[in-house]
Design a protein around this ligand. Structure first.
Ligand code: BGC
Length: 758
């Protein structure tokens, strides 16, 4: 441990020695503001001593591959060794402030510790002793550390509609990330999954603004807590702004988003996250309306800093400054690209492959093309986050101090999340839950691998090695086989054409077929697709199995809603499982046999047709159907908020505190929800509001509140919501967020009521 001595002569910071306690004492607001002003003083003092080279080093982030031996970058099998000459070059010569990523293979927490300790020991020998800040994509648990707890991906967490659970998951992820000596997590994704084609849809909290922003805040609170202890990490909200809706649906291709929409749909989650104190932000790699976001002073400074008041680190995404020259072609040279992006407001460059950024930025400052004030503000933010994380005092965290890493109690939380996320979309004639005596066939391409359960960012970038690293976890077929009365036949697989006929023959010996469909793991550009329709071999398998006359349950393991309307009528029951993580198969088995009761709800619309994508909060003119004439109706396979239970819930007594509300007032809404079925269950109570008439065409409805409750058989609970102007607002043509006087309708369950805003 290194003690940092203030110039003022005060010794600050020591590491908390309570090893078993994941809780921490929270500071009072007064203590927090004192800590923050102490840190500001330390930052100012340190900055004053730093050379230009040291400052620009701090603004530089390289990938681990740059300083490992061999040139086989991203290989998932290469042995990994640090190259000490390259480590010296990075830390001593170039003075880099940050390193990221895995060496292509996941490391044990001890290996992470030993690796990061090498860097921190090296920085301790530099004049200013500024620790490295190591960053990682721990997006569903610390997914690059072997033995860590992997959770459902974000899209599944959204389907739980359970913010407390999401916060707990983020807290555990932070704990396990810190157990790996890593203090900075590139998560959560705050973009909205409003384009089903986009290969990163599953990294989002779905398509809705309110759900996205509330889940985002829960995750940030879980990651960061009261910062400064060794159990929390800095969150990195990403990818600011408008990354998730490229027009073509392909990753990092152009988006066209009017400013009004940017503000109404895409900005709120970032605004809430800034208010919640997210320490860092990653920038969108794409272009919006012809301007790459990394070059947009309007987005990176005018809106982010001046309007939202964000004071943390803005880091680029992967090589995105260089791409201003090589891909976007707005800069004739890399040097020009650096000048544009740093002047626009970038604080740290995820370079990540070389040191050219440092040399060129030094030149730019010396030439006067980038003002030193811009450098100083960027470096101050970086130093501040390092201090807020306690890195000067504890540059590494010892894995021995994290006894709960990979524990059964953490696994239980992951399993609970999978149970609450998996969404029952169809249950014809109540075929589910199955009796344990039912003879079941498990088949289909997603039935026999850990890859479709975890998706991308699992052990490696594309999740391609999940079967090796999660070998002790259950695939769906393994989880069912443990139940006893099950047989397994591959049917079709992703890699080879298997014998559909064998699956059909096996089905004939069974009562029910569980057909696991969907996608193999991918993320980012490798996940781009030219068609969102389910592949032919999966369709053929479903049709062949249906011909046996057996009951069929579809299980969809997929990162985006793959269109399957041709075979949907063949299914008796359908589960949307998303990417439920390492305990997803166990969770599914519990749901199928009724050990658990489903409670997930779709956080996206599930489209029925490949050229008819419409979000649930669409405009009235999105649905101008003339039955049997034009195909212009709003026709979805399933809708946002859909999700069945094995029990039934009744909604009664929707009441509002007044018929009218003033702009500065509030309205209390309550509803009574009763479990009218015959087993206990959880219900997500969703409150929608419709602005009936407005100067900008209103959405048919939009989610403005949700609460998840538990109900015993026959039990009733009153669920209350408070409405303020904020939930009634939209962005007008002058880019102002306003609530217009007029009539609004509230709907919860099957009940509706109206009120007037004055
Ligand atoms: C992704 C980011 C990620 C970064 C670092 C990029 O390719 O877009 O989401 O955080 O890589 O791994």
């Amino acid at each position: 441990m290194r003690i940092y001595i203030l110039l003022l002569g005060i010794i600050v910071g020591s590491c908390n020695s309570n090893t078993n306690n994941t809780e921490q004492k929270s500071s009072t607001p007064k203590e927090t503001s004192k800590m923050s002003s102490d840190i500001d003083k330390r930052v100012a003092n340190l900055l004053e001593q730093m050379t230009l080279e040291e400052k620009i080093g701090q603004m530089t982030q390289i990938t681990l591959d740059v300083i490992t031996k061999g040139d086989n970058q991203y290989s998932s099998s290469k042995p990994y060794t640090l190259d000490s000459a390259l480590v010296d070059k990075a830390i001593l010569t170039y003075k880099v402030g940050s390193i990221l990523n895995t060496p292509g293979v996941p490391l044990s927490k001890e290996e992470w510790y030993n690796t990061i300790k090498v860097f921190q020991d090296k920085t301790a020998k530099t004049p200013r002793q500024i620790p490295i800040i190591y960053g990682i994509d721990a997006i569903h648990g610390v997914n690059y550390t072997t033995g860590a707890t992997l959770f459902p991906q974000q899209i599944g967490l959204a389907a739980t509609f359970n913010t407390e659970l999401v916060k707990e998951i983020a807290k555990i992820s932070a704990y396990e990330t810190r157990a790996s000596s890593i203090p900075w997590n590139f998560s959560p994704v705050l973009g909205l999954g409003r384009n089903p084609l986009w290969p990163r849809l599953w990294e989002t909290f779905g398509e809705d603004v309110y759900l996205g922003k509330t889940m985002g805040v829960a995750m940030i609170e879980g990651y960061q807590g009261e910062l400064g202890d060794r159990y929390r990490v800095a969150s990195c909200m990403k990818h600011y702004l408008g990354y998730s809706v490229p027009l073509s649906g392909k990753d990092r291709t152009p988006a066209w988003i009017p400013e009004r929409e940017l503000r109404q749909y895409f900005l709120p989650a970032f605004k809430e996250a800034v208010d919640a104190g997210s320490l860092t932000l990653m920038i969108n790699s794409g272009e919006i309306n012809g301007v790459p976001v990394h070059a947009s002073k309007f987005l990176l400074t005018d809106i982010l800093r001046d309007e939202l008041g964000f004071d943390g680190i803005a880091v680029t995404d992967w090589a995105d400054i260089n791409y201003l020259h090589t891909r976007h072609k707005i800069a004739e040279t890399i040097k020009e690209a650096i000048k544009i992006s740093i002047n626009a407001g970038v604080d740290m460059s995820m370079v990540p492959h070389d040191f050219e950024f440092i040399d060129l930025l030094i030149e730019l400052v010396k030439e006067g093309s980038v003002p030193i004030e811009r450098i100083d503000s960027a470096v101050s933010r970086i130093l501040k986050v390092k201090m807020q994380l306690g890195l000067f005092e504890s540059p590494v965290t010892d894995p021995k101090d994290y006894p709960d890493f990979g524990s059964n109690k953490f696994a239980a939380v992951s399993r609970k999340a999978a149970i609450e996320s998996i969404t029952l979309l169809k249950n014809k004639n109540q075929i589910l839950p199955l009796k344990e005596t039912t003879k079941v066939l498990i088949t289909g391409p997603t039935s026999n691998s850990m890859r479709p359960l975890n998706g991308g960012w699992s052990y490696n970038w594309q999740g391609s090695e999940a079967d090796t690293y999660a070998a002790t976890m259950n695939t769906i077929s393994e989880a069912f086989l443990k139940k006893g009365n099950t047989i397994f036949k591959q049917g079709v697989s992703f890699d080879k054409t298997d014998d559909i006929n064998a699956a059909v023959q096996a089905a004939k010996q069974c009562d029910v077929v569980v057909l696991c469909l969907g996608e193999n793991s991918y993320t980012e550009t490798p996940g781009n697709i030219n068609s969102i329709i389910m592949p032919d071999d999966q369709i053929e398998l479903a049709k062949a199995l249906a011909k046996t006359g057996k009951k069929i349950i579809f299980v969809l393991l997929e990162g985006r809603p793959i269109i399957f309307n041709e075979i949907e009528p063949l299914a008796d029951a359908i589960f949307m499982a998303y990417l439920p993580g390492n305990y997803g198969a166990d969770a599914l088995v519990d749901l199928v046999y009724g050990v658990e009761n489903p409670s997930g709800r779709l956080p996206i619309n599930y489209p029925k047709h490949p050229h008819a994508f419409v979000n649930y909060n669409h405009k009235h003119s999105d649905n101008i159907a003339i039955p049997n004439y034009y195909e212009s109706d709003y026709d979805q396979q399933y809708q946002f908020g859909d999700g069945l239970s094995y029990t039934t819930f009744e909604y009664n007594n929707l009441t509002i505190s007044a018929q009218e509300m003033n702009q500065e007032g509030t309205l209390e809404v309550s509803v009574e929800v009763t479990n009218s079925g015959n087993r206990t269950g959880k219900e997500s109570v969703l409150l929608y509001i419709s602005d009936l008439y407005a100067s900008i065409t209103p959405e048919v409805k939009a989610l403005k509140g949700y609460k998840k409750i538990d109900l015993d058989v026959g039990e009733s609970k009153k669920v209350s919501f408070t409405i303020t102007k904020e939930q009634l607002s939209f962005v007008n043509e002058d880019m102002k967020t306003i609530a217009e006087a007029g009539d609004f309708e509230i709907s919860i369950g099957n009940l509706k009521t109206k009120f007037k805003l004055n």
